[in-house]
Design a protein around this ligand. Structure first.
Ligand SMILES: NC(=O)C1=CN([C@@H]2O[C@H](COP(=O)(O)OP(=O)(O)OC[C@H]3O[C@@H](n4cnc5c(N)ncnc54)[C@H](OP(=O)(O)O)[C@@H]3O)[C@@H](O)[C@H]2O)C=CC1
Ligand SMILES: O=C(CO)COP(=O)(O)O
Length: 340
């Protein structure tokens, strides 16, 4: 089987390394939009900008041509879009314009499209209608608790692929379910994608709480009530709330909200320390999806009539309307209610 990954950030590179360790030399291809990055990786065997401590497997093919990266794939192969949410629509559109036969297309990004509040699969469906010319591609999302650094080092990890196509799930398992990586399958795209989007916002909240030294009780409260928000929105959006109890919901929430490798948690810690958001993001060197996603989730929740107070407060803090201290005060000052 051949696999192409589009996007050579930390996650695309880590997943390319995982697949390349177990498939045949040359079967896995990693494409970056920056020629100098690919040349650097070819020269040093390391992705210096995004995963500087990890030596890439020798069999991993590094590609500068978008066309070649797509054209090498047959109908039984796998295309992974490993850009952030902000790159999903343009990348998938470019793929669909080039595709001459059905492809198996999976994305790794976690978020919503800010201008439309669409979930990743809805963005892909929109682009499919515009660019697919009658070719029926298969689509899916791959998500779950997975710091790139650990996966790149071959440490144990469990993920979930969500798709309406069992064949696509089998292909994703064939590509990645090896060694220390387990891939579970689900058909709940809405539940899986919303879990991945919301946990990033909640990780910023947990980082703020920890940065303000609010204590372990506060952290448990944020995670538990945040999970309740996630389940309410998933249900209202047509997903299954029980998906939130799995890897892509509570699993990824625990990881991201408590693990200091998380970029989103680090944004929260830095906001609590009083740093301005542009300075925090400038210093991160990576995407923190929760920053753009907080308002999008809030807008989607408002449209579906779902109450999400923690998410709403994060929207206010990230847009500069409230300080972290003021947000905590507002949350703690809410009226008593039933635990639902
Ligand atoms: N890192 C992790 O541990 C995990 C990340 N994810 C998710 O995966 C997605 C990617 O994250 P991650 O790899 O960490 O992000 P990084 O910030 O590490 O890297 C982003 C990469 O995407 C590239 N990129 C951005 N926009 C485009 C575009 N329009 N076209 C092509 N390439 C583009 C960047 O290229 P350039 O260098 O040229 O800017 C860079 O290579 C995010 O949605 C994240 O939430 C999911 C699970 C784990
Ligand atoms: O999604 C992730 C782990 O599953 C990575 O989280 P961060 O983007 O917060 O680093």
């Amino acid at each position: 089987m051949k696999v192409t990954l589009l996007g050579a950030g930390s996650w695309g590179t880590a997943m390319a390394a995982q697949a390349a360790r177990y498939l045949q030399p040359g079967d896995v291809c990693l494409w970056s939009r920056r020629v100098e990055q690919i040349e650097g990786m070819q020269h040093s065997g390391v992705n210096t900008a995004y995963l500087p401590d990890v030596v890439l497997p020798k069999g991993l093919q590094l590609e500068v041509s978008f066309e070649r990266a797509i054209e090498r794939l047959s109908e039984n192969d796998l295309l992974i879009i490993a850009t952030p949410m902000s790159g999903l629509s343009e990348t998938v559109a470019q793929v669909l314009r080039l595709a001459k036969h059905p492809l198996n297309i999976v994305w790794l990004c976690k978020g919503l499209e800010p201008s439309t509040t669409l979930l990743p699969h809805q963005v892909v469906e929109r682009e499919d209608q515009l660019h697919s010319h009658g070719i029926r591609h298969s689509y899916g999302a791959l998500s779950g608790p997975s710091f790139a650094q650990e996966v790149a080092n071959g440490m144990p990890c469990a993920l979930t692929v969500a798709s309406q196509s069992n064949t696509l799930c089998d292909i994703v398992q064939g590509a990645f379910h090896h060694g220390n990586m387990r891939i579970y399958a689900s058909d709940d795209l809405v539940g899986v994608e919303l879990g991945g989007a919301i946990k990033n916002v909640l990780a910023i909240a947990a980082g703020i709480g920890d940065g303000l030294d609010l204590g372990l009780n506060a952290r448990a409260a944020v995670l538990t009530r945040g999970l309740a928000e996630m389940m309410r929105l998933v249900k209202a959006a047509g997903g299954r709330p029980e998906t939130c109890m799995g890897l892509t919901g509570v699993g990824d929430l625990i990881l991201t909200a408590t693990g200091d490798l998380s970029r989103n948690r680090r944004v929260g810690l830095a906001l609590a320390a009083g740093k301005p958001l542009p300075e925090i993001l400038g210093g991160l060197g990576h995407v923190a999806e929760g920053v753009l996603c907080a308002s999008a989730v809030g807008n989607l929740a408002a449209r579906l009539g779902v109450e999400m107070p923690i998410t709403a407060m994060m929207g206010e803090v990230l847009s500069g309307k409230l300080s972290p201290h003021e947000a905590v005060k507002k949350l703690m000052g809410r009226d008593p209610k039933l635990e639902v």
